[in-house]
Ligand binder design. Structure first.
Ligand SMILES: O=C(O)CCC(=O)C(=O)O
Ligand SMILES: [Fe+2]
Length: 216
């Protein structure tokens, strides 16, 4: 069964109450800026969320995950990942996500319309799950700079980025175990990103995409 999730010994060590035993480090402490072409940039903060294994187990067990289907020409295909989405007015499934939202708003000093408003969750059960090349270009992000943060828990998977215009090499960032990657500037318009499928045996990863209102 593909959705089976076995908490590691590490998770067990954190005790049964998986809403406890987590903390966010200081965001500015260890944040690495990567300037990209075309006015895009990334900030990477490794291990930002401590106790991420417990958060992973909590999300796996409590989020109402949905499998999505998409029409591809004359076929209907199942999207290779499980999904969930939380808007600004509803409770988010773990206090660490709400704390991450507040920390991003504060660190970047975001004005109200650009603050984090939604949490999109993707659960990559194994290497057969992934997401194809795309930019988060639905909404204002089609024309304006927006900030999109990705908090990752579980086993690292590569987030790959390449310029939309095809120039330049593909960048790869393995993300898991509480890592944060923030895409800023023109990144959603001028760069594409993906999580490639892999034949390597990889454990499950959940990513949380923190986005402003009206951006997807
Ligand atoms: O899982 C990730 O790190 C990226 C997910 C993503 O790009 C998306 O859902 O738009
Ligand atoms: Fe995306």
């Amino acid at each position: 069964m593909r959705t089976a999730f076995q908490p590691s010994l590490l998770d067990a060590a954190e005790g049964p109450d998986t809403t406890e035993g987590w903390s966010l480090g200081a965001l500015a402490d260890g944040l690495e800026r990567v300037d990209l072409a075309h006015g895009a940039w990334l900030d990477v903060r490794r291990g930002w969320l401590r106790g991420s294994a417990g958060v992973m187990a909590h999300l796996v067990g409590t989020v109402p995950w949905r499998a999505e289907e998409r029409r591809m020409y004359d076929r209907v295909v199942t999207v290779p990942r499980l999904l969930a989405w939380y808007g600004p007015e509803e409770p988010w499934p773990h206090p660490a996500l709400t704390a991450a939202r507040e920390a991003l708003d504060a660190h970047y000093g975001l004005p109200a319309p650009q603050r984090v408003a939604s949490a999109g969750l993707c659960w990559y059960r194994d290497g057969r799950d992934g997401v194809a090349w795309h930019g988060d270009r639905i909404g204002r992000s089609r024309h304006e700079d927006v900030l999109v943060g990705i908090l990752s828990v579980g086993e690292p998977r590569a987030l790959a980025l390449r310029p939309v215009d095809g120039g330049g090499p593909t960048l790869r960032f393995p993300l898991g175990h509480g890592d944060l990657l923030v895409m800023g500037g023109s990144c959603q318009r001028t760069w594409d990103h993906c999580v490639p499928k892999t034949a390597r045996p990889v454990g499950p990863r959940i990513s949380v995409q923190l986005r402003p209102r009206g951006v997807a």
